[in-house]
Design a protein around this ligand. Structure first.
Ligand SMILES: Nc1ncnc2c1ncn2[C@@H]1O[C@H](COP(=O)(O)OP(=O)(O)OP(=O)(O)O)[C@@H](O)[C@H]1O
Length: 228
C-alpha cells in the first residue's frame, strides 16, 4: 500500500532530508518511525500524503503513483489518509462536532450519514459529552482525541501521525495509544513518528529508524534504540 523506491528530498535551501529511501508498508501494519531530531522523519511521512514531493524517486500510495498525480487529484488521494499532528490543528471557532463533521461536509455526505458517523467516532474516542464544546474548553488529550476522530471519520485506509503524543503527559499518551491500537485492529494502517521510547518499547510494533535521511534499521517488533 506504500512503496517508496530510491526517494531523495533536497529542500530549496539545499538541505538534503532524505537520501535514498526504499520501503514497503502493507495494509493493516502499525509502524513507528524513530530517529534523532532532524533525521528526516517528518519529511518521510509528509511524502506519504503528498505534503512534500520527492526530488527524485518514486512513491505509490494505495496503488496511486504520486509522481504522475495531477494536483487536482490530490484531494482524492487524501480521502484515504487521515493525518494527526502534534499540535492538533483544530479549527478554534468550531465545536468538536463541527470540527469532525467538516471533513465529511467537504465530500458532500448526506446530513444523516454525517450525524451517524460523527457520533460513532466521538463514541470511539469517548468524547460524546464534549460534542458542543470548542477546542479551547478541552484538555490537550481531549483535543488530540478530537483530531484523531476527525482523521478517521471517513474511514481512511491509513492514518499518519507525526509525534501525536509530543505535547501530552504520559497518562494521556497511553490513552491515545489505546485508541490507535483499536483503530489499527479495525484494519487501518498506522504510521507514527515518535520520540517516545516508553511507547515504542512497550507497545511492540514494526520500527523504522531513520538517520541522516536513510533507513538505518527496519525491524518487526523493534526497540526504540536511542537514549533519551
Ligand atoms: N521545509 C523545509 N525547508 C528546509 N529544510 C527543511 C524543511 N523541513 C525540514 N527541513 C530540514 O530537513 C532535515 C530533516 O527534517 P525533518 O523535520 O524531516 O526531521 P525529523 O526527523 O522529523 O526531526 P524532529 O524529530 O526534530 O521532528 C532537517 O535538517 C531540517 O532542518
Amino acid at each position: 500500500m506504500i512503496e517508496m523506491k530510491d526517494v531523495y528530498k533536497t529542500y530549496p535551501n539545499g538541505v538534503t532530508a532524505l537520501n535514498g529511501i526504499n520501503l514497503s508498508i502493507d495494509q493493516g501494519e502499525f509502524v513507528y518511525v524513530v530517529g534523532p531530531s532532524g533525521a528526516g522523519k517528518s519529511t518521510l511521512i509528509s511524502m506519504m500524503f503528498r505534503e512534500e514531493k520527492p526530488t527524485k524517486g518514486s512513491i505509490a500510495i494505495n496503488g496511486i503513483q504520486l509522481n504522475k498525480l495531477k494536483e487536482r487529484k490530490v484531494p482524492h488521494l487524501r480521502r484515504d489518509i487521515g493525518v494527526v499532528f502534534q499540535d492538533f490543528k483544530l479549527l478554534p471557532r468550531l465545536t468538536v462536532y463541527e470540527n469532525i463533521a467538516f471533513a465529511l461536509e467537504v465530500i458532500e455526505e448526506s446530513p444523516k450519514n454525517i450525524r451517524r458517523r460523527v457520533m460513532e467516532v466521538l463514541d470511539l474516542v469517548k468524547l460524546k459529552n464534549k460534542a458542543r464544546h470548542i477546542p479551547d474548553e478541552l484538555s490537550g488529550g481531549e483535543q488530540q482525541r478530537v483530531s484523531i476522530a476527525r482523521a478517521i471519520v471517513n474511514r481512511p485506509k491509513m492514518m499518519i501521525a507525526d509525534e501525536p503524543t509530543g505535547n501530552l503527559d504520559p497518562e494521556t499518551s497511553w490513552e491515545i495509544m489505546r485508541i490507535f491500537e483499536e483503530i489499527n485492529a479495525r484494519g487501518t494502517t498506522i504510521i507514527m513518528a515518535t520520540h517516545s521510547k516508553e511507547i515504542v518499547n512497550t507497545i511492540k510494533k514494526r520500527v523504522i529508524a531513520v538517520e541522516n535521511g536513510r533507513i538505518f534499521r527496519d525491524e518487526e517488533r523493534g526497540e526504540y534504540g536511542y537514549e533519551v
